[in-house]
Design a protein around this ligand. Structure first.
Ligand SMILES: O=P(O)(O)OC[C@H]1O[C@](O)(CO)[C@@H](O)[C@@H]1O
Length: 408
């Protein structure tokens, strides 16, 4: 399912096995388990939800449109682009970029679409405006035969959904947005996208068994968390997440928010930097090899690529080589790992069998637990994001000044 190799982070670099034993990870483990057992935070409970029928809306629409920001859409995108990368029936409206949003809405038939409006607070500006834009487009249709589902708990969007009798799904209040992929937030749209949502949860539950292990060497989430915590303390506060498959690009985007928004507090936190192999060997490997010693690399690699083919080519010595396409990218990852290790750059590797629902469930749950453990190590509130509120207040004031008809 998933294996975690950490030797290259202890054999080279500034962190030793003794350093690990010097961290009171047992207390951090206990504090997180207590929070999970007492329901202070609920991202573990939701993976044991047996009643998935409430997420299973009619999935016979040609288009699935998801509108949301941050944790309300990134988890869905991570799994969709990983598992369904070869389909093209999903449209993610995840920004306030008019070109992107209008290029989607001007192209698709909203009558043959199921539309998810996702916002836990119900007050996120971008999601609100994008909803009103869709409402405007629907208003111009003779009749709307699509379906609109709101996934929200509160705010303006909840009131709008109730006023219009739209379908409403709720999110457990004790699950922060960036931890909500295993709730209606991810599972309802992913069901409409033809993803096997029960396999996603199966993978998460398998990983949860490992994450409950107090033996750190058998608990990948705890061990990876302690290693990254220690390297941060040694000055390596940039966590490069380098996936050797394009379909994990949005998994990286989801990780970025999970790590950055959970741990970036009180002047602390590690900085996620996303890379895709093998291509970023030709853009950032120089920096990783010979730049500031402030990075630790995490490789994420599949054992098997779902599409593969034999290739025959001549190498630079004009010698014929016959191999599989996947042999090329696997050699590139191995060569990069060896080169970085030889250069004293610490690195860890997460290997999954292949990119599928179970693997994504396991991988995403591992990172949720890792961030949970790290939040306890830093002794901070992992689950809020107070620093983002200032910008929102300023933006709402500026928006009022944009009102073209002065209806203050
Ligand atoms: O789901 P909501 O309430 O629309 O919030 C969207 C995102 O905005 C944030 O609150 C940050 O502004 C994230 O934590 C959250 O995932």
């Amino acid at each position: 399912m998933l294996s975690y190799d950490y030797e290259n982070a202890l054999r080279v670099g500034e962190v030793s096995f003794e350093d690990i034993n010097g961290v009171d990870f047992t207390s951090a483990y206990s504090r997180l388990m207590e929070k999970l057992d007492n329901g202070v935070v609920g991202f573990r409970d939701v993976i044991y939800n047996e009643n998935l029928d409430e997420y299973k809306f009619f999935n016979g629409y040609k288009n699935v449109v998801v509108v949301g920001m941050g944790g309300s859409i990134l988890g869905t995108m991570a799994i969709y682009y990983a598992v369904s990368a070869f389909k093209n029936n999903a449209y993610f409206i995840d920004n306030s970029d008019p070109e992107k949003t209008l290029s989607i809405l001007n192209k698709i038939d909203l009558n043959d679409s199921i539309i998810y409006i996702v916002s836990k607070s119900g007050n996120t500006l971008e999601t609100l405006v994008n909803y009103y834009l869709i409402k405007k487009k629907i208003g111009k249709l003779n009749s709307f035969k699509g379906k609109i589902v709101f996934i929200t708990n509160d705010g303006k969007l909840k009131r709008e959904a109730e006023k219009n009798n739209y379908e409403i799904l709720s999110i457990p209040e004790n699950v922060p947005g960036r931890f909500s992929v295993f709730t209606a937030v991810g599972l309802a749209p992913l069901y409409s996208l033809g993803t096997d949502i029960s396999k996603i949860l199966k993978g998460a539950r398998e990983m949860d068994k490992l994450c409950r292990n107090e033996d750190i060497l058998k608990n990948p989430a705890l061990l990876n968390g302690v290693i990254h915590y220690l390297y941060d303390k040694k000055g390596r506060d940039i966590s490069v997440i380098m996936s050797y498959i394009e379909s994990l690009r949005y998994f990286g985007e989801w990780c970025k928010q999970l790590i950055g928004e959970s741990l970036g507090k009180r002047g602390e936190g590690i900085t996620p930097l996303l890379s895709i192999g093998a291509k970023d060997q030709h853009s950032l490997l120089q920096l990783y090899m010979d730049g500031k010693k402030d990075k630790i690399i995490t490789f994420i690699v599949p054992k098997k690529y779902r599409l593969d083919e034999e290739i025959v080519f001549e190498d630079i010595d004009d010698k014929e080589v016959c191999c599989m396409l996947s042999d090329i990218i696997k050699c590139e990852q191995e060569a990069t790992e060896i080169a970085l290790t030889n250069n004293g750059i610490p690195n860890v590797k997460i290997t999954i069998d292949e990119v599928n629902e179970e693997a994504l469930g396991a991988l995403m749950y591992m990172y949720e637990m890792q961030v949970g453990f790290m939040g306890e190590l830093y002794n901070l509130n992992t689950y809020n994001q107070p620093a983002v509120e200032g910008e929102k207040k300023i933006c709402w004031e500026l928006i009022k000044k944009c009102d073209r008809y002065g209806s203050k």
